[in-house]
Design a protein around this ligand. Sequence first.
Ligand SMILES: [Cu+2]
Length: 116
Amino acid sequence: MNVTIKTTLILALTCALAPLALAAEPEPVADTAKTGAIVPAAPVLSEGVVKKVDKDTGKITIQHGPIKNLGMGPMTMMFRVKDPAMLEQVQAGQKIRFHVNIVKGAYTILRMEPVQ
Ligand SMILES: [Cu+2]
């Protein structure tokens, strides 16, 4: 088998797999209707006040209220953020709502929005 045929095969496989990956995207509403399982329509949001933003390390310190989805009580602690760009939207002293979960063993903020 020459290199050109190998490359063509790999490309063909990649293209064939891409639509499968898209089709596997979860559809919570449809699944809930079918199975009756309790699937939250939206991620659980917790409230907090930003204490410190560290753009260099991609971390944020938050004085947070109860985090129901993690069973965590109120405290001040540091979190990772999923995307460093999220740190551009907030500053120390700001009230926020956020969704946090454990990603690769670390508390990671997956969504964050300022509260007016
Ligand atoms: Cu905590």
